[in-house]
Design a protein around this ligand. Structure first.
Ligand code: ADE
Length: 224
């Protein structure tokens, strides 16, 4: 998979992809992540990428031209399966969309900033608009990092144990059961006996029951 991300604050996207699973996924060749600074495509002598909004009002709007320039360049090089705009008024990001995106070859992601982006960019280019939650971030960069992380870990081979993404919370509309490691007793709190029993059928049954119970308590909406 190849992911291109367009931003006016590339620094915000440095560390999320340069450690742990995301770095390993790139090292192993499962994904290429390219971060592009929109400012590099400004033809304006001050390298401006934003402007006042028509009609007045607080907040600057990302201009069309630098974004269109970089998008046209990238689109001439390859075909993108989706061009995603990160925005609080997009579709709420859920595991189902995440699974679908993990099957794609080339993704292009635009991070919003300031008051937003000129509406005509959305009309002309964007194929999917994603929100990671009902709150407003300072920009789309952290949201893009969330989406990329959630998608890349699903690419086969990225996680060492391939089954581990399949047993994630949400993959079967259930939250994960509780997990424990050593020591067997901490401050009087013992690990549930069944987990020490060595009886894998019983352990599996216990985990399913706990997952269902936790989902009923915390996210009953998932069971509908
Ligand atoms: N940009 C600002 N807030 C956002 C959100 N909640 N989701 C996606 N992009 C955003």
């Amino acid at each position: 998979m190849r992911i291109d991300i367009l931003t006016v604050v590339p620094q915000l996207l440095e560390s999320p992809f340069s450690a742990s699973i995301m770095q390993r996924a790139q090292d192993k060749g499962h994904v290429e992540i390219h971060v592009h600074n929109i400012r590099d495509y400004s033809t304006n002598k001050h390298k401006n990428v934003d402007d006042y909004q028509y009609g007045g009002g607080a907040g600057m709007v990302l201009s069309i031209e630098p974004i269109a320039a970089i998008v046209e360049k990238l689109k001439a090089e390859r075909t993108y399966d989706e061009f995603i705009f990160m925005t609080p008024d997009g579709e709420l990001f859920e595991q189902a969309a995440c699974n679908q995106l993990s099957l794609k070859q080339n993704l292009l992601i635009l991070c919003g900033h300031y008051k937003g982006v000129d509406e005509r960019i959305r009309q002309k280019y964007i194929t999917k608009e994603i929100s990671i939650g009902s709150y407003v971030l300072s920009g789309g960069e952290l949201a893009a990092a969330v989406v990329v992380d959630a998608v890349v870990r699903l690419i086969p081979g990225v996680l060492n144990d391939e089954t581990s993404a399949l047993t994630d919370s949400f993959q079967d509309n259930l939250l994960s059961p509780p997990v424990y490691t050593r020591p067997p007793v901490f401050d009087g709190m013992a690990v549930p006996e069944v987990l020490l029993s060595g009886d894998f059928a019983k352990i599996e049954a216990w985990r399913e029951e706990q997952a269902l119970e936790r989902t009923k308590q915390r996210r009953p909406d998932l069971l509908k």
